[in-house]
Design a binder for this molecule. Structure first.
Ligand code: FAD
Ligand code: NAP
Length: 445
């Protein structure tokens, strides 16, 4: 059997691995990515100072070394090749394309210069070739980060790292310089609900309290709980309880007067971003929690204030984008599916964030991809997956269209060049960040 897996992030690699393990039927996998480089958010999302997490790529390298695996970088499904092209060449297609855009706040001023989606900021400091032209003005005193998830924490922490902390990471040289030279003194994180409802996880919160160059500030009054939150805290002995204890510890701290401050505020939503030609401040409303359909949601109280800020990072979640010819549910930003079988689409499957939405850590995608592959193999054994013409190949199709793809050895050439550039600087790598550079290094000889 030949299967195309589209998207080479964690879900793509876990799906490829599960397929390659199958003995009945035996499967060959072509892993396709629009970028010349594999690993998805492991390379371009996970924070550069979390090198130990990026090390999961070693497991992906083992998958790539298995017989039957091929990588096709610089091949975008939906433009370079279509869904129908893939159905002609392959017995089945598994989409693992992740969530490529951001959720919107839907408030006035959201598109003022100086207001950015966290997705853009993250992609910029991580060296994504599509985001290197972004210019974040870090000369302002205060940055507001909207959202209370781990991505918001990543953004706040990255802005607060000292040159010594940033030095040994693979943050791009441009982003490293910009952060080192930034005038930012305060990073204000806004959570629309209370401390018990925060989406971030304890290890990530704890790290905020361990930064060399930033005090973490929490107002004890923000930690006073309404009865429903107090009850929820009793129920949740893991994440919420540990988060709450850490926040209490932060609130009890005397600030040390470090160069930057990370301030965590709760029950606060942006009503509007204000400013003449660019962001000059955020109008914030105080919220209260009310129960709605068994869930505690934020309701504005009417108590507002304007906080001056020169940069806003909106970190309220990622969102999937549709692929031409493949069913898509706008509301959830996913491919509608039943345990990975895409609804109403023959021989088409999904795994990872495009299957279940933009949440969960790297490991979550393993179970998720395995579930999808089990169903795919079940369908194969039931004789439901027969491709149209088994003599066609993706390479022939790409040759015909004059597309030069980056094969796995091309990626290895990019990888080696980046590591070599990083070595003398004590960095794991210096990423190639331009399309031209990446393609020139990775192109098949
Ligand atoms: C900023 C950030 C930091 C994170 N940090 C951590 C962390 O520290 N630890 C942790 O465990 N988890 C972390 N996560 C979560 C983790 O990254 C995700 O769970 C995981 O990456 C989702 O995997 P995926 O394969 O579904 O999507 P992705 O990793 O997004 O991979 C999707 C791939 O599909 C490709 N693609 C998209 N469209 C097309 C197309 N049309 N044609 C071809 N290819 C396409 C993309 O280029 C990409 O390579 C983080 C997430 C974010 C956003
Ligand atoms: N180190 C790590 O392990 C790591 C690092 C980064 C990311 N990740 C994972 O990647 C996934 C995605 O992370 P994420 O931070 O993008 O998403 P997330 O965990 O879903 O957090 C999104 C945050 O945005 C808030 N929000 C949503 N809409 C809002 C609005 N209109 N106004 C104000 N706030 C709003 C949410 O609040 P409500 O709860 O009120 O909706 C929530 O606090 C998560 O599973 C995360 O754990 C892990």
């Amino acid at each position: 059997m030949r299967v195309a897996v589209v998207g080479s992030g964690p879900a793509g690699f876990y799906a490829a691995d599960a397929l390659l393990k199958s003995e009945d039927p035996q499967v060959e996998v072509d892993l396709i990515d629009r970028l010349p480089t594999p690993w998805g958010l492991v390379r371009l999302g996970v924070a550069p100072d979390h090198e130990n997490i990026k090390a999961v790529s070693r497991a992906f390298e083992k998958t790539a070394a298995k017989p039957g695996f091929r990588f096709f970088g610089n091949v975008e499904v939906g433009s370079t090749v279509s869904h129908d092209d893939l159905l002609e060449v392959y017995d089945a297609v598994v989409y693992t394309v992740g969530a490529q855009t951001d959720r919107r706040l839907g408030i006035p001023g959201e598109d003022l210069p100086g207001s950015w989606a966290a997705t853009e900021f993250v992609a910029w400091y991580n060296g994504h070739p599509d985001f290197q032209d972004r210019r974040f003005d870090l000369s302002c005193e205060r940055v507001v980060v909207v959202g209370n998830g781990n991505v918001a924490i990543d953004c706040a922490r990255m802005l607060a790292l000292t040159p010594d902390e940033l030095g040994p990471t693979d943050t791009t040289p441009e982003a490293t310089d910009a952060i080192n030279e930034a005038g930012v003194r305060e990073i204000l994180m806004l959570g629309r609900r209370g401390p018990v409802q925060a989406a971030f996880t304890p290890p990530e919160l704890k790290e905020l309290g361990e930064l060399a160059g930033a005090d973490v500030i929490v107002d004890a009054a923000d930690l006073e709980l309404d009865p429903a939150s107090a009850h929820a805290l009793e129920e949740d002995r893991e994440r919420a309880r540990r988060n709450y204890e850490l926040l209490q510890e932060f609130a009890a701290r005397e600030p040390e007067g470090k160069e930057r401050r990370i301030v965590l505020r709760f029950l606060a939503s942006p009503l509007a971003l204000v400013g003449e030609d660019r962001v000059e401040g955020v109008e914030i409303v105080r919220n209260e929690l009310v129960e709605e359909d068994g869930r505690l949601v934020a309701r504005p109280t009417g108590e507002t204030e304007v906080v001056p800020a020169g940069l806003v990072l909106r970190s309220v979640g990622y969102k999937g984008v549709p692929l031409p010819g493949v069913p898509f549910d706008e509301r959830s930003g996913t491919m509608p599916n039943d345990r990975g079988r895409v609804d109403g689409a023959e021989r088409t499957y999904a795994a990872g964030w495009i299957k279940r939405g933009p949440s969960g850590v790297i490991g979550t995608n393993k179970k998720d991809a395995t579930e999808t592959v089990e169903l795919l193999l079940e369908d194969a054994r039931a004789g439901k997956l027969v491709c149209v013409d088994s003599t066609l190949s993706l390479e022939a199709l790409l040759d015909e269209r004059g597309v030069t793809y980056v094969a796995y050895d091309g990626w290895q050439a990019i990888d080696a060049a980046e590591r070599a550039a990083g070595e003398p600087l004590g960095r794991p790598r210096v990423k190639l960040t331009g399309w031209e550079q990446l393609l020139a290094t990775g192109r098949r000889s």
